[in-house]
Structures are given as structure tokens and as C-alpha cells.
Write a new protein. Structure first.
Length: 186
């Protein structure tokens, strides 16, 4: 069975008014997408659907966490997810995206597939800078051993290998060379 089948919302049999759906998004969901940055997660989606005579209004409310790699220490951590999105779905002759929050679907459609939207909303909600959050005392929860190793091997640190000092002394020796020009002009 298609793991994304439950994300196809049938709206033709629904009465006008508000309807609620709940989805538990996990690893199986993101395994269906090849380029996903999210491989582990526990996210709850509370989806509100307001059906009107000529339009559908979807309210997406995400809560939970996704597993990401920390940019500082490279270890996995749980990034909290708490976001909301609204999407307006109108009816027209063919499928078009009028803007980032307005979609037009054909009049004859009876279902609206939200799987790609869920994928995009969660990825767009990821922070640009991904790092372990600080604890209650304001200290980073990063792997301190990895942080110390990176400081030790960063340019300009005292604990750096002798390779850079050897390369530096080679350049200094080359800079000290002076060439004499014996050719004189006539």
C-alpha cells in the first residue's frame, strides 16, 4: 500500500464547514522522498479544512521534532518543530499555483494531495543554522570533545600541527631571495 495514500484528502463528500484531520508524520513519510534532509522525526500535523462553495482553506499546524545534523559538532540532535501554514485552494480549468499560498485545481477533482505540501512546509521551516540548543544554564549541548578538536586544528590556533609552520618558513625563505639584474640597457 502507498504510504502517502492517507494524505489525499477527499473533499467532495464533505459538507460545507470545518473539518479536522490528524496525521502522525514519521520516517516512513520521508522515505518516500529521495532528496529529504529529514530522516527521522516525530511530527504531528493537525489539519483544518474549511470547505466553502467555491474554495477550500487548509490550515496546517505542525508540532514535534525532526532529527538534524549539528553544524558545529556534526552530531544528530532533535530540532523542535512548531509552525503553521495556511493554503487556499480554488477551482479552475487546470492545476496552477497562483502564489505560495493559493493553488488552483481542476473543477472535476475530488481529492487534494497534501503530501508534497507537507514535505515542503517542513523543509522550509528548518533553520538555516542548525546547532544543538542551549541547556537551562545557557551552555551548548554540542559534543565538547568535537568542539575542542576543531579549535585545536583551526588556523591560527596554538595546538596546530607543525606542517603549517614548516610551510610558513619555506615561504619566508623564498621571500628573502633577491635577484640581481646584470643586463644593462644600451
Amino acid at each position: 500500500m502507498d504510504p502517502l495514500h492517507s494524505y489525499k484528502i477527499g473533499f467532495t463528500g464533505l459538507s460545507l464547514g470545518n473539518h479536522q484531520f490528524r496525521f502522525d508524520i514519521n520516517k516512513e513519510f520521508f522515505d518516500c522522498f529521495e532528496q529529504s534532509e529529514i530522516s527521522e522525526c516525530a511530527v504531528r500535523l493537525d489539519l483544518g479544512l474549511e470547505k466553502e462553495t467555491n474554495m477550500l482553506v487548509f490550515d496546517f499546524v505542525f508540532s514535534g521534532w525532526v532529527g538534524l545534523d549539528c553544524n558545529r559538532c556534526l552530531e544528530r540532535y532533535r530540532q523542535p518543530v512548531d509552525q503553521a501554514q495556511r493554503l487556499f485552494v480554488k477551482f479552475g480549468d487546470n492545476y496552477t499555483e497562483q502564489s505560495e499560498d493559493v493553488v488552483v485545481i481542476p473543477y472535476g477533482d475530488s481529492h487534494f494531495d497534501i503530501a508534497q505540501l507537507v514535505y515542503e512546509f517542513l523543509h522550509l521551516g528548518l533553520p538555516i543554522r542548525r546547532a544543538h540548543p542551549d541547556d537551562e544554564q545557557g551552555n551548548s549541548e554540542c559534543n565538547q570533545e568535537m568542539i575542542e578538536n576543531m579549535k585545536k586544528h583551526s588556523p591560527g590556533s596554538k595546538g596546530q600541527d607543525d606542517d603549517n609552520t614548516a610551510a610558513s618558513s619555506t615561504w619566508d625563505a623564498l621571500r628573502s631571495l633577491q635577484f640581481k639584474n646584470d643586463k644593462t640597457q644600451n
